[in-house]
Design a protein around this ligand. Sequence first.
Ligand code: MGD
Ligand code: MGD
Ligand code: SF4
Ligand code: MO
Length: 885
Amino acid sequence: MGNHGATKNAITRRSFVGASAAAIAGLAMVGCQPENKLEEVEPQAEGAMADAELDPTIEGKWVTACCNNNCGGMCLNRVYVVDGVVVRQKTDDTTEDSMAAPQLRACPRGRSKKQHTFGADRLKYPMKRKNWEPHTGGKKELRGIDEWVRISWDEASEIIADELKNTIDQHGNRAILFPGQCKGNIMNVINSIGGATTSITSGSMGTAVYHSTVMGMPVMGLGEENDRTDWVNADYIVLYGCNQAWASPGTYMYYFNEAKKAGVQFVFVGPEYNATAAHFNAKWIQVRPGSDLAFLLAVAYQMFVNDEQDPGSVIDWDFLAKYTVGIDGDSMPDDAKADENFRDYVMGAYDGQPKTPEWASAICGTPVEDIEFYADMLKKDNAVTTLRSYAAFRTNDSDDTNYAWMTVSLMGGHLGKPGNSTGTAYHNCVGSCIDDIFHPGASGAPAAPANPVTDVVNDPEQWSAILTGKFNCRGSVLECPPEDRREIDTRLIVFTEASPMNTLLDTSSAIDAVRKVDFVFATARAFTTQAQYSDVVLPVITEWEKVGDLRGGSVMTLKNREALIGATQVCEPLFEAKSDKDIARGIAEKLGLNADELFPLSDEQEFFNILAGTTMKSAETGEFVPFLTITEDDIASRGVEGEPQEGVISIGEFLEKGIYKVERKPGDAYTYYGYQAFIEDPEANPRATPSGKFEIYSQTKADALNGCGYTADGFVWKPYPTYKAPVNGYEASFADFEGGVKGDYPYQIFNPHYLRRSHTQFDNLPYLRQAFSNPVFISAVDAAEKGIEDGDTVRIYNERSQSLRPASVTERLMPGVVALPHGPWVDMDKDGVDHAGAENLFTAPVTSGMGVAGYNTNLINFEKYEGASLEEDYLLAQRIPAIEE
Ligand SMILES: Nc1nc2c(c(=O)[nH]1)N[C@H]1C(S)=C(S)[C@@H](COP(=O)(O)OP(=O)(O)OC[C@H]3O[C@@H](n4cnc5c(=O)[nH]c(N)nc54)[C@H](O)[C@@H]3O)O[C@H]1N2
Ligand SMILES: Nc1nc2c(c(=O)[nH]1)N[C@H]1C(S)=C(S)[C@@H](COP(=O)(O)OP(=O)(O)OC[C@H]3O[C@@H](n4cnc5c(=O)[nH]c(N)nc54)[C@H](O)[C@@H]3O)O[C@H]1N2
Ligand code: SF4
Ligand SMILES: [Mo]
């Protein structure tokens, strides 16, 4: 934004809102709806904005603005606020960049967040669908294409309460559904009136979410990598299907850079030579989507063969004997039911098929010499750090991939010592998933009342449960009870705090399912897919309008181990937007509930409780001590209740700075090695398995998988990692695999998490649309075969859907593999062709093993589109519904 011709006018809040909105509306070129006609503003306002920080006559201040988008970045965003409006933004300049305390610099999404709060497409007030009618939904087929009518909060809450009551009276609480990852305060309210059907997802971690503990890995499969200050000590760092440069920002890249400077060789395993692999000049081990198990079994085979040639030179037999069971017939666990073991299976003793590199290469596409390289790299005297995220595990039939991935590292003894670790480089850990330095406090809000409804739908069955009235009820994500088919008659859907129409499998069925039920409502900031297809839409505030937020410290709070970020309110709620809690309170009151009982604490009190309860691990004693110093005055000035306390830094200073960083030194008190306690004394610190060791043979795993009822064709899972051709994997792309005859949908598609968005969030922001287009990535070999050039519009299709996208033709993708980025908002035209590239239009609602949502290998075809070429997304009108007053 320029600073030309600035005049130092007094700036009113009204002119600021107008200025940012007008700048954004300028990008919304054609098809502007009436709502898009924003107030004219005086031309000098924009210049005046840029000057505000430097002009002493203008009162403004720097505020730490929350960036909390399930991207795991944990970056510092500072905004300069004048009269409730953000005029400048900066990132972490609180320390020099160093290994001791690297800067937590924001990514382009974080730096565009102004448009998330102040964008012209913010929803301003509650609205209902024009052709909606109570209890029946009226013309339900118009969901997604209807017009809208503005309503009051009172009417909106009244409608929702009435629809809830009617659904419960007519069909019972089971007929209410929270799909996908939908959650939040509204659940507290609905649970108090008898509850609702909920969902369960394998989400981010795919098959690694299930029973990782069975193998001896930590719960939820997070894995225990070494403290990232140790990465410089590795000979090799393997990026196993991860892309930190796009999908796990924060400080990963900084520490990887340090490792690279120290001479570490990077290796990347996956179907696409992505931005991270390219940046570190990694050796690319090509593996087709969903075919990692074949690759890893062949690596194990080659390690056994290499070790036989020079016994003990490759496999760390002492390590295996001390810390594992089941590698071969000499080390079987006591609970083994089968007289079979991993080594004999890999060598072909049971099926006559040795799992040779040649065998694997025909499936996974990895050149034989690269499988040999990988096996050689894993030999015991190399220091190997294998870091994964979960792309390879968000695929059908990857249940055993999880075990094979751990097994090959165990064979080389690569964990629990400097330079050697096997764990996770996952977005919300920023390279340090264990051994917290901070523990954020609790808000003090009462837990949600228990949900009396026991129906839990597994995500892949979400839409078919509604459409067919049948589903397989499952327990928690960590268990898989025997098959439990149930009938269900879903009548009311609640969409809040997730985007399941876009992010669950099979978006076409999502549209059909949503059009079937009697009532749908959504909370939203902008006109998201869920809002578009609902009957009533409730505008909800963004993070910047919340009282405050504390980020970091602990694994599940979007972590950066060494830093805590304390965000404060940037502006009051805009227009008529309300917080989730106030929305829930309004509905509770209409239901005749006592809202004060459900939500007794103010937002200010809850934020204060979190801050006051936060503790920090003392470097001297290892004890957790209070983090903040709080005085009587602090408590009084905030209008909250609490007790004074002594801590490391005052609450005022912490929130003023917005960040606290712990400086690190190699070998300091916060240094750790994954699985350290177990490695030092396995008897005293057993793994959570029947044998207390890592289980390469796990009877519990086999019994769980076989008890689940999700695997088709009577396949019997073995206790050790065993090959199974995945549903919709490479083999399935052939009509006749042995004969080499391709099928109707011969390409494998996967969905990289994309720079432009955090899932679906921010896909509407003009800055980001302009900075990053949203293509479909196609390999140069496939593009040449189909006569497609870079930028051509391509039609992607399978039996479920079709979609248009511009092609980005690349040498960095394996032939036969197509990458369609995750998260755009579906945009159907009247002929049922999507113009956004909504990736879940192409994902099949099938599952396997423990019931994973199989995102990363699905089958499609594509062709050059002969109709009109697509325009760049940033040239499209913003989605702003026409609303009748
Ligand atoms: N095909 C395919 N599908 C995938 C994946 C894939 O790789 N491929 N990845 C999967 C993964 S790993 C994940 S984690 C899921 C993510 O799936 P979702 O959680 O469904 O995705 P988001 O887009 O983050 O949805 C969050 C929504 O909640 C809103 N929101 C955020 N904060 C608040 C709040 O405080 N209050 C309210 N009321 N709303 C809020 C946001 O604006 C956004 O609309 O997607 C999964 N889907
Ligand atoms: N910008 C941005 N960042 C995000 C998110 C976002 O939506 N946008 N989402 C966040 C969330 S919730 C999550 S779960 C993470 C996801 O983080 P990741 O799982 O790391 O992200 P992906 O892009 O799905 O996959 C990373 C790489 O895995 C490779 N890959 C894909 N399929 C396979 C396979 O079958 N085998 C192997 N070996 N490799 C494969 C691809 O080369 C891809 O580049 O990202 C987080 N960070
Ligand atoms: S990576 Fe995530 S937390 Fe960091 S600036 Fe980007 S959006 Fe914000
Ligand atoms: Mo995720």
